[in-house]
Design a protein around this ligand. Structure first.
Ligand code: SF4
Length: 408
C-alpha cells in the first residue's frame, strides 16, 4: 500500500513494529488471529487488522499538506474529515473550519464562501448538489478532494447498474455522509432508495411483492428515495450497493433476501435472475472486510472483555463493537482518557447513544484477558496509549519496552 505522510503523533512505534512483524509473517493476509501481548497478570490480544485505512491516510495527508502549502488562505472542510474527534480537533486547531456537521446541518452558510477559499472534500465524498454549489461560487474542489477511491468504486458500480436500467438500492445509514453522497450520485442516473437494515429490507419486500401498495411506501421510506420515485414502476428491476463500512453479514443477508424476493415475485431461477436483479457483489471496502475478519479471529480467544477504540459516530467502528458485543462485555471508548481508572471506564452505549460510566470493568480475578481493536479512523498512537494505561494498572509498563524489542 502507498506510504502516506501522516503527522508523526498519530503513529505508534509499538503498533507499527507489531503490524510490520505480522505483515512480514503473513504477506497474503490469511492469518486473522490476534497478536498476544504478554503483561504477566494482564494478557492483551490485539486484533490482526485495525487502524488507519488507505482512504483515511490519504485524506489526512491531503488536509495537513493543504494547511502547510497555503498559509493565509481560508481553508474549510465540508464536514468532519473522518469520524475521529482527535484528528478533527487537530485540524480545527490549525485553523480549518467545518462547513457542515456530520449529518449535513450547515454550520457556516455557503453564501459566506469566496472563490479563493479552499474547501476540502472529506474521505466520504459529497453530493453532486454540494459540488455544484461550490463550483458556482468559483471554488475548485478537484485539488482538495480526498474522496476515498473505494467510495468512488461504489459510485461506479451504481452507474453501471443504472446504465442497465436497474433501480439502485443503497444499503447504508441514510444520514451518513458517505451514503448521502452515494445516494446523490446514483440518483443522478436512476431511481434510488436507501435501505438501512433488514427490517427496512423486509418492508421493501412487502411493496415488491404487492402485499402493500400506495402512499404507505413514501411514508415508510421518507427522505430515503430519489425525486420522482415510483414504487409501482421502479421496483421491477433492482441492484444493491452498500455503504463501504456496513457489517458484512448484514449486507450479505440483505442482498440475498432481496434476491429471493425478486425470484418469488417474478418466478425466476438463478439462470434468469438478471432479468430483475443485478448481479453485484458487495461494495464493502478492504479495510471493513479486514477489520471485521480480524475481530472474528480475535473473538475465538476466550477473554474477559473487549475494548474498541474509535469515534462514536464512526460506522466501521460501531460494527466492530456490535461483533464483540455478541460475545462478551465490550467497551466502546473514544480515547485512552475514557479509562478513568483501574475501576472506572466511560464508554459509549451504541443502542442508547449515550456515554455511560461503568465501575469494576476489569475482572477482579488473578489474570485478565482483554481483546483490543480500533476503527479505521483511529490513530495507532491512541491504541498504544490504551495499552500503556492498561499495563500501568497492572504495574507492567516496563514490559512494553521489551515487547517493542521483540517485535522490532
Ligand atoms: S473505510 Fe474504506 S471506504 Fe472508508 S475511507 Fe477507509 S478505505 Fe476508504
Amino acid at each position: 500500500m502507498k506510504a502516506f505522510r501522516v503527522p508523526i503523533n498519530y503513529r505508534s512505534p509499538l503498533i507499527s513494529a507489531i503490524k510490520n512483524h505480522r505483515r512480514q509473517a503473513d504477506k497474503m493476509k490469511k492469518d486473522f488471529s490476534p497478536t498476544p501481548l504478554d503483561f504477566g497478570r494482564l494478557q492483551i490480544y490485539l486484533a490482526r487488522h485495525f487502524g488507519f485505512c488507505y482512504g483515511v491516510e490519504n485524506a489526512i495527508e491531503i488536509s495537513f499538506r493543504t494547511i502547510e502549502e497555503n498559509p493565509g488562505a481560508r481553508i474549510f472542510l465540508l464536514s468532519e474529515m473522518i469520524h475521529n474527534p482527535r484528528v478533527n480537533g487537530d485540524l480545527k486547531e490549525k485553523g480549518i473550519q467545518f462547513l457542515q456537521d456530520t449529518y449535513g446541518k450547515q454550520l457556516i452558510p455557503f453564501s459566506e464562501l469566496k472563490a479563493d477559499d479552499i474547501v476540502i472534500i472529506p474521505a466520504f465524498g459529497t453530493t453532486l448538489e454540494t459540488e455544484k454549489t461550490l463550483h458556482e461560487i468559483g471554488i475548485r474542489t478537484e485539488k482538495f478532494n480526498t474522496t476515498c477511491p473505494f467510495v468512488e468504486k461504489v459510485w461506479n458500480r451504481s452507474q453501471q447498474i443504472a446504465e442497465r436500467k436497474y433501480t439502485v438500492i443503497v444499503h447504508g445509514k441514510p444520514k451518513h455522509e458517505e451514503t448521502r453522497a452515494t445516494f446523490s450520485h446514483a440518483a443522478f442516473s436512476t431511481a434510488t432508495l436507501v435501505v438501512k437494515d433488514m427490517e427496512e429490507a423486509k418492508k421493501l419486500a412487502a411493496f415488491i411483492l404487492s402485499e402493500k401498495k400506495g402512499p404507505e411506501f413514501y411514508e415508510a421510506f421518507r427522505d430515503q428515495f430519489s425525486q420522482g420515485f415510483d414504487a409501482e414502476r421502479d421496483l421491477e428491476r433492482i441492484g444493491v450497493v452498500n455503504q463501504t463500512t456496513m457489517l458484512a453479514s448484514d449486507t450479505q443477508a440483505i442482498a440475498d433476501f432481496l434476491k429471493q424476493t425478486m425470484m418469488k415475485k417474478f418466478n425466476l431461477s438463478e439462470s434468469n435472475i438478471e432479468l430483475h436483479f443485478a448481479d453485484t457483489r458487495d461494495t464493502l471496502c478492504y479495510a471493513t472486510n479486514d477489520n471485521q475478519s480480524a475481530v472474528s479471529g480475535m473473538l475465538e480467544i476466550k477473554a474477559d472483555l473487549a475494548i474498541v477504540v474509535g469515534g462514536y459516530n464512526s460506522s466501521n467502528t460501531s460494527h466492530l463493537v456490535e461483533l464483540c458485543e455478541e460475545k462478551l462485555p465490550t467497551y466502546f471508548i473514544k480515547t485512552e482518557e475514557n479509562l478513568l481508572s483501574q475501576s472506572e471506564i466511560l464508554h459509549y452505549d451504541l443502542r442508547k447513544k449515550v456515554e455511560r460510566l461503568t465501575a469494576n470493568y476489569l475482572p477482579s480475578k488473578q489474570d485478565s484477558r482483554i481483546l483490543l481493536t480500533s476503527g479505521a479512523s483511529c490513530p495507532d498512537a491512541m491504541v498504544e496509549s490504551v495499552i500503556r494505561k492498561l499495563a500501568g494498572y497492572f504495574q507492567a509498563e516496563p514490559e512494553i519496552e521489551k515487547l517493542l524489542e521483540s517485535f522490532g
